[in-house]
Design a protein. Structure first.
Lengths: 398, 325
């Protein structure tokens, strides 16, 4: 028996210390001894633009929620570098299976303000047909799986999706985002184990932002973060400063190489902080201090990238103010258009439950329509599209 | 035509599906080189390779989570859950993910390629955790299809239908019949339709409805009734969700009487759904109350299994009570 001992000796994992990979210090300067990654000017500007646009969209839509124009919202504030940096390290046709706070990934891939707004208002132009709460975006064209509210369900799905990509043999991978809280779910462990056993090209990207709603990380797990869990699955793992966009980009690029070229799944733990509330329904003043928030505000990932870009003369204050102005007016104008759009038609209620509408569902919808015709004022959204259908039918009859 | 038992018929369906479409992938606990604990996936790894037929770690929520992702990617995932009693760790993935994938994305994404195979039902001295019939948990979930075959011929045709169906299917296999039921099964490819019940025996006096292994029991009860000159119409529902309301209601309009029988407990069982729908459709034609012959509202027992199960004698008594009401 190799490696046998004759007195009991326990281990905890504390024997291993996991370092944090970082390139930019909080002021935006390269750390001594750090090497600048091969991020080109135009690519850097695309990244920065996505981070900035995400920040401004979040600010405006949170305000809109407070004004009562929107039922619900979730900000990504403070975590833009983690999300956009990781996305930018992928190929644009790699699959992303996100948790919910990853609008920066869509922004980077060019979802467009209008598509965001149509989903947020659940109007007739929403690709999701107004079926999910705000921020549950999805895009087939941009390889961004539609968000579902149950936490961590996307993680084993990412393993399965990436297994299919491996069999297809086209050199694609899947990256899944999740929070440190979601990593407590059984689905997380199932996903990592299966990915390791079957050598699946998937990247597990944990946004460790310190809180699961109000529960701080110290009440979520006793170990040194999420990263050590990879050892249990003999998986490659790296911890990275999640507010350092260069480090996130470089780490994810290397992870993609391991995944696609060597069929090695990778766990990335990005250390960040949720500067805003969990959602529009949450108030962080009940569970954390302003002082703590201020400490993290000084590590703002957008300010950090901006300082680095300015030092390289890839960005200027003039460009910054012009771009902010343009984005703000675009967001406001697009929001005004989107909220005026009609709701999805009543017919859409029964579509997509199955590939084809079943007779039973058709029957239930007919009964519902008859009821709405009796009480149209009680169901204004449904009644509006009933009239539209009726008008169309009348026109056809004539 | 060759004679096959139900396992051979299921194995033949999987073999044909995998030969026909290289995107078909079979996986689950012990399904690889061992061919599954019941041998439903025998020789598939040998024929199609480890990448397309493989063992998974022992984690049902992971199996179905993986299967959802694989199906969303465009593969045709055929996942096995070793016993239906162990499907509950995957309940979230099935109910919140599989069933809602198409709807929640506005049809941008779907997992229509997914089929979940799992053995269910009692009669094998399996006690609480190798005997359950959990169909009603899933028939309460829009977006799923739930299919149960009654014999080898049905098993092969319905499984091929399920694998090729554009919606996710939960395919419940009556494990008591795996080796007990034999019959003629074509060697070649054929598909039986989903969503369609079958009138297994025509009759005049009363309609008997069931599915899966219970069909054999119902037919035995119908034979007993025949000896007393009671003519039973027997219907195999085959697909529980979405179920063939027209087939059952047309029969009850003719016979005026209905008994539904399943192994699962009475309360909240699928028989209640059928009874409610049929009394709406056929109220003025009913000659007697719709009856349910089911398991008791207990966990599935072991030593008292025979007493618990809704056997042919219990159904026969319900038939007599109905026609003499």
């Amino acid at each position: 028996m190799a490696n046998t001992i004759f007195t009991p000796s326990f281990m905890t994992g504390d024997e291993v210390s996991i370092p944090t990979f970082a390139l930019l210090d909080p002021s935006g300067a390269l750390y001594d001894g750090a090497q600048e990654p091969a991020l080109e000017r135009d690519h850097a500007r695309r990244l920065y633009h996505a981070m900035l646009a995400t920040r401004l969209l979040d600010e405006r839509m949170m305000a809109a929620q407070r004004q009562g124009r929107l039922s619900f919202y979730m900000q990504s504030t403070g975590e833009e570098a983690a999300v956009v940096g990781a996305t930018a390290a992928l190929h644009d046709d790699d699959m992303i299976m996100a948790q919910y706070r990853e609008q920066g990934a869509l922004m980077y891939r060019g979802f467009g303000i209008e598509a965001f707004m149509n989903q947020l208002f659940g109007n007739a132009l929403d690709d999701g047909k107004g079926r999910q709460m705000p921020i549950h975006y999805g895009s087939q064209a941009l390889h961004y799986m539609t968000i579902s509210s149950p936490l961590a369900t996307q993680i084993p799905q990412a393993t399965g999706y990436a297994y299919g990509q491996k069999l297809a043999g086209k050199g694609k991978c899947t990256l899944t985002f999740f929070g440190e809280g979601a990593a407590s779910e059984g689905d997380f462990h199932a996903a990592l184990n299966m990915a390791s056993v079957h050598r699946v090209p998937v990247i597990f990207f944990c946004r460790n932002n310190g809180y699961a709603i109000s529960t701080p990380a110290v009440e979520q797990f006793a170990a040194d973060g999420i990263a050590p869990r990879a050892f249990g699955y003999r998986m490659h793992v790296i911890r990275v400063d999640g507010n350092d966009v260069l480090a996130v980009w470089e780490a994810t690029r290397a992870a993609r190489k391991l995944a696609v070229e060597h069929n090695q799944p990778v766990l990335i733990e990005a250390m960040s902080y949720r500067l805003a509330a969990h959602s529009s329904s949450d108030d962080p003043s009940g569970y954390r201090s302003k002082k703590e928030e201020e400490t993290w505000r000084s590590k703002d990932p957008i300010a950090r990238m901006k300082a680095w870009m300015m030092a390289k003369q890839w960005w200027s204050e003039d460009e910054e103010s012009a771009e902010q102005e343009r984005l703000r007016s675009d967001i406001l104008a697009t929001m005004k258009r989107a909220e005026k759009q009609p709701p999805p038609p009543l017919e859409s209620l029964i579509e997509d439950v199955y590939a084809e509408v079943t007779p039973a569902l058709r029957h239930q919808l007919d009964e519902l329509k008859a009821h709405i015709r009796c009480y149209p004022d009680a169901y204004p959204r449904g009644a509006a599209s009933l009239d539209a259908v009726k008008l169309a039918n009348d026109a056809q009859a004539e | 035509m060759p004679t096959m038992n139900m396992l051979q018929a299921i194995n033949s369906a999987l073999d044909i599906a995998m030969a026909d479409n290289e995107k078909v992938i079979c996986f689950g606990e012990d399904v690889g080189v061992f061919g599954g604990v019941f041998r439903a996936t025998s020789h598939l790894q040998e024929k199609y390779g480890k990448a397309r037929c493989f063992n998974t770690p022992l984690v049902e929520q992971g199996i179905i989570g993986f299967a959802n992702g694989l199906a969303a990617q465009g593969s045709v995932a055929v996942a096995e859950i070793q016993f239906a009693d162990y499907i509950f760790p995957a309940f979230d993935q099935i109910v919140n993910e599989t069933a809602k994938f198409r709807y929640r994305s506005g049809n941008l994404f779907n997992v229509g390629g997914l089929t979940i195979r799992t053995p269910y039902g009692g009669g094998i001295a399996g006690g609480l955790y190798h005997s359950q019939s959990p169909e009603a948990y899933f028939t309460h979930t829009p977006g799923l299809k739930v299919v149960v075959p009654r014999d080898p011929y049905q098993a092969k045709g319905l499984l091929l239908g399920a694998i090729r169906d554009p919606d996710p299917v939960l395919f419940l296999e009556p494990k008591r019949l795996y080796r007990a039921a034999t019959g003629e099964v074509p060697k070649e490819d054929y598909v039986l339709p989903l969503g369609t019940a079958e009138v297994v025996q025509e009759g005049r006096d009363i309609t008997l409805v069931g599915w899966g292994a219970q069909m054999e029991v119902i037919l035995n009860a119908a034979r007993l009734a025949e000896e007393q000159d009671i003519s039973c119409e027997v219907i195999d529902l085959r697909t529980l969700l979405p179920w063939d309301v027209d087939c059952v209601s047309n029969s009850v309009l003719k016979t005026g009487r209905l008994i539904v029988s399943h192994e699962a407990p009475l309360t909240g069982g699928f028989a209640g759904e059928i009874a409610a729908t049929i009394q709406e459709r056929c109220f003025l034609y009913l000659e007697s109350p719709i009856a349910r012959v089911t398991g008791l509202d207990t966990p599935f027992p072991l030593i008292l299994e025979k007493e618990y199960l809704p056997d042919h004698l219990k159904i026969f008594e319900a038939i007599r009570a109905s026609v003499t009401f």
